[in-house]
Design a protein around this ligand. Structure first.
Ligand SMILES: [Fe+2]
Length: 144
């Protein structure tokens, strides 16, 4: 009979270094990389909105997932646009309004469909309006 022994635990300093490395790998530091991640989030949120609108009997669990994704996206975008010096107060206000709208998930299916369509309309208008302008400014400020 052989006994499989677990490897000894990594020293604390090594574990902390690994966590720091994985954290620094997770979030890009340059606007060119940040904007790619934000655009991928745009695509995913739009796809999720379409999926939820097309699907009947949308569960509140799916709506909560959408709200979480939207919240993360808005926070990241604000942080990175602010770092690039390209977040105007109106853009921040628009995000607050969208977050307030997203926070009120209706209980009824028909109201929920209207809520999803309102979010979709806001998201598309915002993406190709305020976001497009801010992203273009950030790209220009990122030039050497
Ligand atoms: Fe935005």
């Amino acid at each position: 009979m052989s006994l499989a022994l677990a490897p000894p635990p990594a020293p604390l300093a090594e574990t902390k270094a690994r966590v720091r490395t994985s954290r620094s790998r997770r979030w890009p530091r340059l606007w060119t990389e940040q904007s790619l991640l934000l655009e991928r989030q745009h695509e995913r949120i739009e796809a999720l909105l379409e999926q939820l609108i097309d699907g009947h009997g949308v569960s509140s669990e799916h709506c909560c997932r959408l709200v979480r994704s939207l919240g993360l996206h808005l926070r990241l975008e604000e942080r990175w646009l602010d770092q690039a010096g390209c977040l105007c107060p109106g853009h921040r206000v628009a995000h607050r309004q969208a977050a307030a709208l997203a926070a009120t998930i209706p209980a009824g299916a028909s109201e929920r469909l209207g809520w999803l369509m309102d979010l979709q309309q806001w998201f598309q208008h915002h993406r190709f309006g305020a976001d497009a302008v801010a992203y273009a400014r950030a790209s220009l400020s990122d030039q050497p």
